[in-house]
Design a protein around this ligand. Structure first.
Ligand code: LLP
Length: 431
């Protein structure tokens, strides 16, 4: 149930609901989310990796309904702020299935996580380890994962490459910082009244990664550190969390992440490395975000105006833009768009779809083949917008954020309502 299905553009439907009908009912711009698609991908992860804990990375997209889907599909939840944690808490997501991330957690984040009793907290600096150990209740150790920087370049956009040495996340393996972190956490674990418990080692190599081999190499490096921990302290580290980052092809022909190959490769790599080091097989955790939710999303826009600059380019301006999809501007990400709501037989011509914001970088998609009879009032659908779109949306230029409409079995329902000017102005409290 992946991409929109249709016989003609005018009938383009997702989850059994015509997109044009959604635009007519709820207005544009609007994010549409296919519930069955999200659930199917969650299940695909569980069946490809039945031995693993699958923690959905909520930063990709989060709302109460989504947390419910994640829970009912048997996934765990990776949160990276007190805000995401509060949402999970609000719907009663089981605390022991929550993993809290963050390179700079606020004292409040930590208090809330301890108060709710989250399963694991991923520690990211020596200062944080000390702070957490002091805040945790001695005698009731908080489980922690140590975020390790394995020194691997995932060859993705620089802003989302987190496995290389020179960045803010994690404890470097190469400099010995990761080993020191193990030592530091075990100091608190092996105390008379332990405040921390080393539940595992974690790494997140980056996002939108297509290579499977790099995850295998990360697993080997982390297992070597587990062996060191056993040799040095006689402590077996029970869990290996390989993070997320599994790529999604945004356009036809873009490379996709091969989940089956990943599962097979990781499984054999871990077995082999553990055999070599005479270690028991650790529990595996993975944290996909984008791969669960990206394809389930479609954004609907209405064309507001067009501009043809002879010999240069045709611009198609829609009623959204970088406030609802900042990814092209931030990472140079490429999207497609297609006409919906009517069938056109006009020949296609390259057009650039831009937004309504006050900067030239406000582009949704460059040089797409769109029908020459495209005109203001037409509807465009931009697929693959379920991940890091709504979650990164802004109110730039005092533009209201679009609603999120879920579709399933021919029924549409609002998950997140459209933002209003009253919402926007409510925080502006002084004249
Ligand atoms: N685990 C950790 C610790 C992470 O930091 C992330 C993403 C994930 C898991 C999930 O990664 P995914 O499977 O979704 O690639 N805003 C960027 C992506 C930032 C990803 C940040 N961390 C984008 O729109 O491409």
């Amino acid at each position: 149930p992946s991409s929109p299905t249709a016989t003609a553009d005018e009938d383009l439907a997702v989850g059994g609901v015509r997109l044009a009908e959604i635009a007519a009912t709820y207005g544009t711009p609007a994010y549409v989310l296919d519930e069955a698609d999200v659930r199917a991908r969650a299940r695909a992860y569980r069946s490809a990796l039945p031995e693993a804990e699958i923690a959905y990375a909520g930063k990709a997209f989060l709302c109460r309904a989504m947390i419910g889907w994640v829970q009912s599909e048997g996934l765990s939840l990776d949160v990276c702020s007190g805000g995401e944690l509060a949402l999970a808490r609000h719907v009663g997501f089981p605390a022991d299935r929550i993993v809290l991330h963050g390179n700079a957690k606020t004292p409040r984040d930590v208090q809330d996580a301890l108060g709710y009793g989250v399963g694991r907290i991923v520690v990211d600096s020596t200062y944080e380890i000390t702070q957490l150990a002091v805040a945790a209740h001695a005698g009731h150790p908080q489980k922690v994962l140590i975020r390790v920087t394995p020194g691997l370049d995932a060859h993705t956009h620089k802003a989302i490459a987190t496995g290389v040495e020179d960045q803010k996340f994690g404890f470097s393996l190469a400099t010995g910082a990761a080993a020191d972190a193990v030592r530091q956490v075990l100091h608190w674990q092996l105390a008379d009244r332990p405040a921390l418990e080393l539940a595992g080692l974690h790494c997140h190599l980056g996002s939108q990664i297509t290579s499977v081999d790099i995850f295998a190499e990360a697993a080997r490096r982390l297992i070597a550190l587990m062996a060191w921990s056993r040799d040095e302290f006689n402590v077996i580290v029970p869990e290996l969390d390989l993070g997320g980052g599994h790529a999604v092809g945004y356009r036809d022909g873009d490379p996709d992440f091969d989940l089956e190959t990943y599962a097979r490769t990781i499984r054999t790599t871990i077995a082999k490395a553990c055999h070599q080091h005479r270690l028991p097989i650790p529990k595996l955790t993975v944290e996909p975000g984008r791969a669960i939710v990206a394809r389930a999303g479609v954004t609907l826009y209405r064309v507001l105006t067009m501009k043809r600059i002879p010999g240069i380019r045709t611009f198609v301006a829609v009623d959204g833009g970088m406030s609802d999809n900042p990814r092209p501007a931030l990472y140079g990400s490429a999207y497609t768009a297609r006409l919906i709501g009517r069938t056109s037989t006009a020949p296609p011509e390259p057009m650039t779809v831009v937004g309504r914001h006050c900067e030239a970088g406000d582009v949704i998609a460059h040089d797409l083949p769109l029908p020459t009879d495209l005109r203001p009032g037409d509807l465009l659908a931009v697929p693959c917008t379920g991940a890091y779109q709504h979650s990164m949306a802004s109110t730039y230029n005092q533009v209201c954020r679009p609603p999120v409409i879920a579709v399933r079995d021919g029924v549409a329902r609002v998950l997140i309502r459209r933002e209003t000017l009253e919402d926007l102005q409510a925080r502006d409290v002084s004249l």
